[in-house]
Design a protein around this ligand. Structure first.
Ligand SMILES: C[S@@+](CC[C@H](N)C(=O)[O-])C[C@H]1O[C@@H](n2cnc3c(N)ncnc32)[C@H](O)[C@@H]1O
Length: 223
């Protein structure tokens, strides 16, 4: 099975549980807010969320661009998009749209103001190339923000990373490339590669770490 098919099957199966965790894990809403802040959105902006899942970031983005702005969620898993669509209909958000597409390849007719990806780059085979493409989608001065979890580099990291590895195994789609032996290493490398690509394109970056250094929020302005 291809990497994409395995991921879609995994997320389609766990969409309900994922939605509950994505919305109610303590502290996660605050981190989502920080990632949205790193985009420096203004009312009227157009923001694209890559790998939007069940739509847990949509309220943060909608709040910042206002009713005159536009929010577009991109995901390739139908079951995740179905939950995001329920949320949009429940809230009556006329300016929030969903697109089923591969986040590594999606294109838009017009340049956008910002791109957000939360807990997504670790799933992409070539996250550096994806970030590079996302930078190309932006109007000059647009921003990208990445929110991810990976092993901590802090001195007390060993027990934290041990627990984190268990979480990575439990939440990784099985049968995907490189995930058979040490999925946490694949994740660490992809999270780093995405940040390297963002720093290489940006003229201004921000970076904060949370949850004992496991969670990182990185933003960049693309000239
Ligand atoms: C861990 S979930 C994160 C969802 C959401 N961003 C959040 O923070 O709750 C990863 C999501 O990325 C989607 N995804 C992974 N690779 C993708 C790709 N290449 N194109 C589109 N969506 C992708 C999956 O379908 C899933 O919904």
């Amino acid at each position: 099975m291809s990497r994409e098919a395995a991921a879609q099957q995994f997320y389609a199966r766990w969409a309900d549980l994922y939605d509950v965790l994505a919305r109610s894990t303590p502290g996660l809403g605050r981190l989502r807010g920080r990632a949205a802040d790193a985009l420096a959105l203004e009312p009227g902006d157009t923001v694209v969320e890559m790998g939007c899942g069940t739509g847990a970031n949509l309220p943060h983005l909608r709040e910042r661009v206002g009713p005159e702005g536009r929010v577009v969620g991109v995901d390739f898993t139908r079951g995740m998009l179905a939950r995001a669509r329920d949320r949009i209909e429940r809230e009556g958000w006329a300016n929030v749209h969903l697109v089923r597409a591969d986040a590594a390849e999606v294109e838009f007719r017009e340049a956008v103001d910002a791109v957000l990806a939360t807990f997504v780059v670790g799933m992409l085979a070539d996250p550096g190339a994806a970030v590079d493409r996302w930078a190309d989608l932006l109007a000059p001065g647009g921003r990208i923000a990445l929110l991810d979890a990976a092993q901590t580099a802090r001195w007390f990291g060993w027990p934290v990373n041990r627990a984190f590895r268990g979480l990575v195994v439990a939440s990784s789609p099985t049968g995907t490339d490189g995930y058979e032996r040490a999925p946490w290493t694949v994740l660490d490398n992809r999270v780093d590669a995405a940040r390297r690509a963002l720093r290489a394109r940006a003229d201004e970056t921000t970076h904060t770490e949370h949850a004992l250094g496991v969670v990182r929020v990185t933003g960049g302005r693309i000239p």
